[in-house]
Structures are given as C-alpha cells and as structure tokens.
Design a protein around this ligand. Structure first.
Ligand code: HEM
Length: 119
C-alpha cells in the first residue's frame, strides 16, 4: 500500500507542476489567460489530495506514513483548491485575456504550496 501512496504523492506533484507551470509560462505573455492545463492541475490536486488524506487516516499505511493528518491544514488547502477549481472552470470558457483570473489562480496555488510546506 505504501507503493500506491507514493504513486499518489508523485501525481500530487504532477498536478502542482501543471497548475504552477501553466501560470508561470504566461508571466511575459500579454494575453495571460486560464488554460486547460490549470483546470487539469486543479482536478489532479483535488483528487490526489483527497485520496492521500483517505489513505493516511484509514490506517492501511505502515508506520513510516502513519503521520497524523492535520485536519485544519487540509481543510484550508481543500477550500483553496475548490476556489481554484471554480475559477479555472469559469476562466477556461472565457476568451483571453483573463489576467485577473490567471493571477488569482497562480497566487492561490503558491499559497497552497506555502501552506503545505510551512504549516
Ligand atoms: C493547489 C492545490 C495544492 C497544492 C499546490 C499542494 C501542494 C502540496 C505540496 C507542495 C506538498 C508536499 C509538502 C510536504 O510534504 O512537505 C503537498 C503534500 C500533501 N498534500 Fe497537497 N497541495 C494541494 C492540494 C491539496 C489538497 C486539496 C489536499 C487534501 C484534500 C492535499 C493533501 C496533501 C497531503 C495529505 C500531503 C502530504 C503527503 C505526504 O505526507 O507525503 N493537498 N501538497
């Protein structure tokens, strides 16, 4: 089960790369907008995050991965990713440029990285 858990962790980083990468590659683009990659990344983070929390709290993991789940931290990350998901859904349907939505999604993604690492 540890192997499956680690695979999900890897996918969590792939989702992060999709979200943050789609934001960063547009920094110098005058037509900044919400791309399909952001939507894919948001869904990946949502699904992999929930699966990891489920696995961690279920007791199916060995001692090494049994670390307590910080429910407050997870709740904050969940709310942020839900906001990102809604913004990405709305933004990907609108014509470019969507600078406000692009920037908000990027900053919220960075906020979730900071929360994940420092909290
Ligand atoms: C934009 C959304 C998200 C970003 C950018 C993000 C980022 C990260 C990062 C950078 C880590 C590694 C930090 C570390 O282990 O020190 C991490 C781990 C983790 N994230 Fe997220 N996350 C997001 C959404 C979520 C959501 C929605 C959940 C749960 C519902 C979640 C649950 C977790 C868990 C449980 C870990 C720990 C994995 C482990 O212990 O190996 N994440 N996240």
């Amino acid at each position: 089960m540890e192997f499956v858990f680690h695979l999900v962790v890897v996918l969590h980083f792939v989702g992060l790369a999709l979200l943050l990468g789609a934001f960063l590659v547009q920094v110098k683009d005058p037509n900044k907008t919400v791309t399909r990659w952001m939507w894919d990344g948001a869904l990946t983070q949502l699904v992999t995050g929930v699966v990891m929390v489920g696995m961690m709290s279920s007791g199916i993991l060995g001692d090494e991965e049994k670390a307590e789940v910080n429910n407050t931290k997870i709740a904050v990350k969940l709310v942020i990713v839900l906001i990102i998901t809604v913004l990405a859904f709305v933004g990907k349907k609108k014509p470019a440029p969507q600078v406000g939505l692009w920037a908000t999604i990027g900053l919220l993604t960075l906020a979730n990285v900071v929360i994940a690492v420092f909290w």
